[in-house]
Each structure stands twice: as C-alpha cells, then as structure tokens.
Ligand binder design. Structure first.
Ligand code: ADP
Length: 409
C-alpha cells in the first residue's frame, strides 16, 4: 500500500511516500515558497539516494501537489509509474478542537470543522485544508485522512484543560476556549515506544513524561498510553519557551508593551510567536545549535536562553511527576531532545531525590532509541527519536483498511 503523507504549511509543503507493506519511506521532499515566486521542490528517492530539485512556479498548494506527482513518477528520482498507485493520503492537521479524539477520513463535514477552527490555528489550519483540497481535486476518490495534532490530548481530564477565566467564555464562540495541546502524534508515538522498550505495553499504570524538544517544544504526562496533561494550550504558544515562542508569561506584560510600543493585539501576538523564546532572549538565533555555539564562546544571553529553557523543562518534569503521582520513565525526543545530551542532563540533574539518575557516559553517546539512565535509577531516562509521519501513515492505513469511506462516515 502506497501512502502519501502531507504536512502543509502556509508557503511550504513536506511529503513522504510510504510503502506500508515494508514500512519504509520510498521518497520524500519539500516544496518551498508556494505562492511567493521563486518556488522550488527538493525531492529525494530514498532507496536510490537520487536527489532532484525542480524550480518553477507553484502558485498554490494544488500546483505544488501536481509538481510532487511529477517528481514521484519522473524518470530520474521517480519511485512510481503513475500517481494513481497512491492508495491514500494522510494529512497532518494542526487543530482539531474538541471534536476530534481520533484521526478521521476527510468528509465535507470534517473539512467544515477544520475550517471552523481556523481562529485557533490561523496559519496552519488554512494550509492543511489547502493540502487536503489539492489532493482531493487531483486524485478524486482516493481516501484522505486527517491526523490532528490535538487528538491525542483529548483524554485530558476537565481539571487539566479548563482555564481559570470566567466560565461564560468557555463555550460562547463556537470553539471551546480550553487547553488542547499539540505534537499529539509525537507524544503518542514516543509514549507507546517507551512502554514497549520497558515491556509495559498493556500496563494501565505505566507513567511516562514525554519531553518533545525541537523548534517547537511541549511536554506531556501520559498514563497507560493516554495523555493526562500537556504544556501547550489553546494554541502552541503556551508552555516552555521555544525557538521563537515565549511560552507562558504573565498576560499583563502584553498590555504594558502594547501601550508603550503602540502595538495592536495581533502585532503583539506575532511578537510572542515569532520574536520571543530563545531567539528573543539570546538575540542570536532560534536554532539551538547556534545558541549552544554562542554560549560556548561566552555569550551571556545565549547561555541565559539555554538556562531558562532547561530550568522550565525541569519544572515541568517535576510538576508532571506530581500530576501522575509517580513516574516510571522520562522520554526525550525532537531535534534537541534526541541530540543534546547537555539539555537532557540539565533537565534531569538534581532530581535524584525522586529516583532520576542519569548515566553521564550513556548520555554522551550517540544512537537511536536508548536508555541513558544509571542502573540504580528508579525512573528510566529514555531517548526515543520521534516519527510523526509514520503515525500519520499508520493511521491512514488503519482507517482506510477498515473500509471506512467518505460516504460511510
Ligand atoms: P521541528 O520542531 O521544526 O520539528 P526539530 O525537532 O527538527 O524541529 O528540532 C530542531 C532543533 O533541534 C533546532 O533548534 C536544532 O538546532 C536542534 N538540534 C539539532 N541537533 C542538535 C544538537 N546536536 N544539539 C543541540 N540542538 C540540536
């Protein structure tokens, strides 16, 4: 079964083609500058290693998908004879609100719901919809599956997702004002892998804290394979400071800055999403490797940015251990979580009192899935490379193989 996984951004589109019989990626690529002029598609055929670059107009997502089809069947770097060999498409969709506790086959009703949630995902949901509509137009009848970043966290209890604001606002506007959480496919994948690594797959009491640390970062507390709390909120802005996002701050700061800088609310939120986080503090970069480099050269603000990121991460681990009333494993994932031993060490240091003991040597080694805790550690510290695309492909197979069709939903 050939499954195309599509992750549509506002001016970009990432894709991977899976051969799900063998569970391997056969091709992947990225379309950039869609609708902006100077568009390009970089395509890689995984088994031959052939990499091709296409330059040429991509005025919208439909043109981008058409170009992806060309790349998939091209004599150089192609992996299919025709795009009709694609059996189904899985789409990453940012915001599923409280309607989606699971992935879903795309129907008109589901498209309408994703559209209704645009106010909560103003950049991503329109792009995700554009990807869905482009595929539907270019491959009519081929099932499209939406996999929501929010779905995994829908198991959170009411006391974890309700904000302490006047309750009348909660359900007044067509979208519920509550914590949703994001990176759901990653938290789901990593919590499942952690249980498997430790032989606790079917244990309803297995407790793991997943630390997804990348350009965007979020933590989750999972029990028995279900999310019970997570650090991102109504939108991905809440929680730990990230590459460019502030994470949680006192909202009064907005009023203070807006009054003095003459900013509108939209401009202020833009500052918090795009100019804050470790970029804002370090004044160097949003990229953790750049910040690491600057800190090692003695840049105070770069070091401060790392210190804040790591300190908030440690506090989240502590608070989620309390929320779970104990913890069996802490799992690190994402570009930073998988590659930065210093970050893992800083976020777990001083937690020996709760049975968390890192093995410095194992932590310094590189590798794939691994346990980096000391033999005596009561809590296992794991490094688990995430694979959100595989989760999307697997859900797409599961839903389409179950015989669910757009008409039967
Ligand atoms: P995204 O959220 O876009 O998926 P990733 O999970 O790929 O991001 O993470 C990207 C981040 O990981 C970048 O800030 C990058 O600098 C950081 N990173 C990658 N390798 C390392 C490393 N060896 N040490 C520190 N940070 C790293």
């Amino acid at each position: 079964m050939n499954i195309l996984v599509v992750n549509g951004g506002s001016s970009s589109l990432k894709y991977q083609l899976y051969d799900m019989e063998r569970e391997v990626v056969t091709a992947k690529g990225l379309c950039e500058r869609i609708g902006l002029g100077g568009s390009r598609l970089t395509h890689t055929a995984m088994e031959s290693g052939v990499k091709t670059v296409y330059e040429g107009a991509m005025d919208d997502h439909k043109a981008a998908i058409a170009q992806v089809f060309n790349a998939l069947v091209a004599s150089e770097g192609g992996v299919l004879k025709s795009h009709t060999e694609i059996d189904a498409v899985g789409h990453r969709v940012l915001h599923g609100g409280d309607k989606f506790t699971e992935s879903a086959i795309v129907t008109d009703e589901i498209e309408a719901m994703v559209e209704q949630l645009i106010p909560l995902g103003p950049l991503h949901n329109p792009a995700n919809l554009a990807g869905i509509r482009a595929c539907r137009d270019l491959m009519p009848g081929v099932p499209q599956v939406a996999v929501f970043d929010t779905a995994f966290h829908q198991t959170m209890p009411e006391h974890a997702y309700t904000y302490a604001i006047p309750y009348e606002y909660y359900d007044k506007y067509g979208v519920k004002l509550r914590r949703y959480g994001f990176h759901g496919s990653s938290h789901r994948y990593v919590s499942e892998r952690a249980a498997k690594m430790l032989g606790r797959e079917s244990d309803p009491n297995f407790k793991v804290i997943v630390c997804h640390l990348g350009n965007g970062s979020s933590f989750s507390a999972c029990k028995g394979g279900r999310s019970v709390d997570t650090s991102m909120g109504l939108t991905p802005l809440e929680g730990i400071p990230m590459g460019t996002r502030s994470g949680s701050i006192d909202p009064t700061i907005l009023q203070f800055i807006m009054n003095r800088e003459g900013l509108s609310m939209d401009e202020m939120i833009d500052v918090l999403n795009k100019k804050s986080g470790v970029l804002g503090i370090s004044c160097v970069s949003s990229d953790f490797r750049d910040i690491d480099g600057a800190a090692k050269e003695g840049n105070h603000n770069a070091q401060l940015a790392l210190d804040i990121f790591r300190y908030v991460g440690k506090k989240l681990i502590g608070s989620y251990a309390a929320a779970l009333e104990g913890v069996d494993a802490i799992a690190f994932t994402g570009g930073v979580g998988e590659n930065s031993g210093d970050t893992r060490a800083a976020m777990t240091s001083g937690l020996e009192f709760m049975g968390v003991v890192l093995d410095a040597e194992k932590n310094a080694e590189r590798g794939a899935e691994r346990d980096v805790s000391a033999a005596e550690s009561r809590v296992r510290i794991l490094v688990i490379p995430t694979d959100e695309e595989f989760v999307i492909a697997a859900d797409t197979v599961r839903l389409t193989a179950a015989g669910v069709t757009p008409d039967s939903q």
